[in-house]
Every structure is written in structure tokens, then in C-alpha cells.
Design a protein around this ligand. Structure first.
Ligand SMILES: Cc1cc2nc3c(=O)[nH]c(=O)nc-3n(C[C@H](O)[C@H](O)[C@H](O)COP(=O)(O)OP(=O)(O)OC[C@H]3O[C@@H](n4cnc5c(N)ncnc54)[C@H](O)[C@@H]3O)c2cc1C
Length: 365
């Protein structure tokens, strides 16, 4: 069995490591910081295939959702996964037309999606949400969930370590070279790790890892603002996407806020103070849809970096011309982490390339 270095301990690296160790592979996971300290710890973390195009990418995300079910069945539980469903509405006429078209498309593709009247939502699901009127149409996606990324990554890595895998944290990979039969990775403390294969799961910094081997992986990372607020009681049970705010629960006593309209205002900053006007604005928008959280306090604000390959979809598999070097880089890795973990491990161990990956291979770059 080969020895494999996995660079990155987020959704992807932890999932790949878990599946590789299960197949008897010797695995060393290296992360420059702590597990899930990258994008996985700064994500809206909505498990869905809702707005995914083209069809092949939608199918990949649906398979990602099913893989969460499969993993839950296999492990006898998935405490990181919150199966609460998602409600979406908009008061903007242009976006409403887009939502109607999306609903038609999703329903024709067999995705679980239904329209509800706002008054039904208030009576049956979320009494605390405010809508512009009782008949407002609200899209309901009962199969969608949110995920605790840090809990997921730590659980996968714990299982990998228990079965013999090694985790090296606090050490960046600073060099990667090919040797006769494999690879040697140099860490910041100058230690060297030899292996037969390398999985690049470094998220938005994956281009730097590939660059160490002379490979150009074109990424177009984009920043997103996440604001965590402390609230009284349980004002919201589900994920919601309203006209100008997205909100989901984030554990007892907390909600997570995000809206893409705030993201372009971030520039290229990596941190933001919780009292920044952009954070306060998101909080104000959340109070408008959930008047019961008028006393909400911002507890934390984070900027996450989406690891988008340049064409916006995933880059998954062995890189042509660099045998034994695998790229596993994608946005939507909260949705697809477990699936990518299994498919990349199958490719390394069995040489199988799942047909689902055909359009998402590194060779297209
Ligand atoms: C605002 C926002 C909202 C999002 N919403 C969703 C959503 O609703 N649903 C969804 O599915 N996805 C969502 N995403 C995307 C999702 O969070 C990411 O796709 C996922 O977290 C990426 O996981 P990863 O393991 O690939 O990368 P990461 O979690 O970033 O892990 C990469 C790891 O590599 C390590 N690393 C990097 N360079 C080195 C090096 N040289 N040496 C050693 N270690 C290194 C880092 O420390 C990091 O821990 C969102 C992202 C953002 C920013």
C-alpha cells in the first residue's frame, strides 16, 4: 500500500485522509495551522445543490448530499450535520423571477423543492420570521442542512488517527519535490516527509502547493463575510435565505449571518472587527426578518476565502504528467467533502476514476 501526504486538514483533507486510512494506506496529514482553521472554519456551511449549474455540477452536489447520508449510516450518526431544511424568498422582482425559474428547474431535476405560503411557514415551521404578507411565496427545500465544519474535520481526523494515520499541525509545507519513485515534502521546521503520492487539499492556497511542482492551478478565490451573533433562546430552527440576508442556527444560542451583497465590500482584507459597519449592517438586516432577535449581539466576525478554481467548478483527481499528485480543490466542499474524500481515495487505491468526475479533472487546466 502506498504512503500518502495530504496537505490541508479542512473538509477535503480530513475526508480524504479518513477514506485512505480505511483502505489501509499510510497517511500523513500536514496543516500549517489547526484542523478546520482555513475556509472550513469560516463558511456558511449549507449542504445543498440549490444553485449549482451546469447539470453535471448539480449532480455532483446532489451526490455530495447523498454521501453525507451514507457516511451517517456507516458511522451510526453524524453529530456535525443539522438536517433542518432551507427557506428562500425574495421581495426583489428580478430575483423572484430567477427563483421561480430555479424552482422549475430543480423540480424537473427531481430535487425536493416546494412552494409554501408565508402564513404556512409561520404556522408550521418558523413563527419568528417576518414576511411582507401572508401570501408571499416561500421556497422550501426540506433535504438541505447545515454542517459544523470544525466538528466534522476533527471527527474525520480522529478516526484516521485512531486507525494509524498521522496528523502534523502547525507546520506549513514549504517545499514539494519529486524523487525517483515519489515525493518529498519539506515542512517549515525543515523536516522532510517522503511518500508515494500527495493530495493537494490546501483550499484557497492550493495553487501554491501545485506551484511547488511547476504546475499552474488557476484559482479565483473570493472572500465572504460571516457574522456570528449571540441570541436569546431558539429564535430560528432552519436555514433561511431572505431578500438581503441569509441566516442559520450555529449551535445553541447563536446564529450565523451572511449575504453575498456584503462580500464585494471586503476588498482583500483577511480580518474584520466585529463592530465594523458591514457586520452591524448584516445584524440589522437579520433583525428585520427576525424581530425577536432585537437584543442580538455580534460575538464574532470572520472572513472566509472560497477556493474557486478559475471556471467556478471543482478540480478533482490526478494531475496529468505528474503521476501520484492529486488535486482536490472546490468550492461547496462542505456539501461535497465526504464524496470527494471517497472518490479521491478510490482513485489512489484502486485506480478508479468515477464517471461523475469526468468534467472536473485537473487536466482541463
Ligand atoms: C463565505 C463563505 C460561504 C460558504 N458557504 C458554503 C456553503 O454554504 N456550502 C458549501 O458547501 N460550501 C460553502 N463555502 C465553501 C466551503 O466552505 C469550502 O469549499 C470548504 O471549506 C473548503 O474546504 P477545504 O478543505 O478545501 O479547504 P480549507 O478548509 O481552507 O482547508 C485547507 C487547509 O490547508 C491548509 N494549508 C494551506 N496551505 C498550506 C501549506 N502550505 N502547508 C500546510 N497546510 C496548508 C490550511 O491551513 C487549511 O487548514 C463557503 C465559503 C465561504 C468563504
Amino acid at each position: 500500500m502506498p504512503k500518502v501526504i495530504v496537505v490541508g486538514a479542512g473538509m477535503i483533507g480530513s475526508s480524504v485522509a479518513f477514506r485512505l486510512v480505511q483502505s489501509g494506506v499510510e497517511v500523513v496529514v500536514v496543516d500549517r495551522a489547526e484542523p478546520a482553521s482555513g475556509t472550513t472554519g469560516s463558511s456558511f456551511a449549507w449542504v445543498n445543490a440549490n444553485e449549482k449549474l451546469p447539470r453535471s455540477y448539480f449532480d455532483l452536489n446532489v451526490a455530495g448530499m447523498r454521501e453525507h447520508d451514507r457516511l451517517e449510516g456507516e458511522l451510526g450518526g453524524a453529530p456535525w450535520l443539522h438536517r433542518v431544511g432551507n427557506l428562500t424568498w425574495t421581495g426583489d422582482p428580478v430575483r423572484y423571477d430567477e427563483l421561480c425559474r430555479r424552482m422549475e428547474r430543480l423540480q424537473s431535476w427531481g430535487y425536493n423543492a416546494a412552494w409554501l405560503a408565508a402564513e404556512d411557514v409561520n404556522q408550521r415551521l418558523e413563527p419568528g420570521l417576518t414576511f411582507s404578507g401572508p401570501n408571499m411565496r416561500v421556497a422550501w427545500f426540506p433535504d438541505e442542512s447545515w454542517l459544523d465544519g470544525p466538528l466534522f474535520a476533527r471527527s474525520m481526523l480522529d478516526r484516521a488517527a485512531y486507525a494509524g494515520g498521522t496528523l502534523r499541525t502547525g507546520q506549513a509545507v514549504t517545499g514539494l519535490n519529486r524523487t525517483g519513485a515519489g515525493y518529498v515534502a519539506t515542512l517549515a521546521d525543515r523536516t522532510r516527509i517522503e511518500a508515494d503520492a500527495v493530495v493537494n487539499a490546501a483550499g484557497p492556497d492550493a495553487d501554491q502547493i501545485s506551484g511547488m511542482l511547476g504546475r499552474h492551478l488557476p484559482l479565483s478565490p473570493s472572500r465572504g463575510l460571516l457574522v456570528r451573533v449571540a441570541v436569546e433562546g431558539q429564535p430560528l430552527g432552519r436555514i433561511v435565505h431572505g431578500t438581503d440576508i441569509n441566516v442559520r442556527p450555529d449551535g445553541a444560542g447563536f446564529l450565523m449571518l451572511h449575504h453575498e451583497s456584503a462580500d464585494p465590500l471586503l476588498g482583500d482584507r483577511d480580518t474584520i472587527p466585529p463592530d465594523d459597519s458591514r457586520c452591524r449592517d448584516l445584524c440589522k438586516r437579520a433583525r428585520r426578518v427576525l424581530p425577536g432577535i432585537s437584543a442580538a449581539r455580534i460575538s464574532e466576525a470572520r472572513i472566509g476565502v472560497r477556493p474557486f478554481p478559475r471556471d467556478g467548478v471543482s478540480c478533482l483527481g490526478e494531475v496529468p504528467g505528474i503521476p501520484g499528485f492529486y488535486e482536490a480543490v472546490t468550492h461547496s466542499a462542505v456539501t461535497m467533502g465526504p464524496l470527494v474524500g471517497r472518490l479521491i481515495a478510490d482513485e489512489i487505491v484502486l485506480g478508479n476514476v468515477d464517471p461523475m468526475l469526468t468534467e472536473f479533472r485537473p487536466g482541463r487546466f
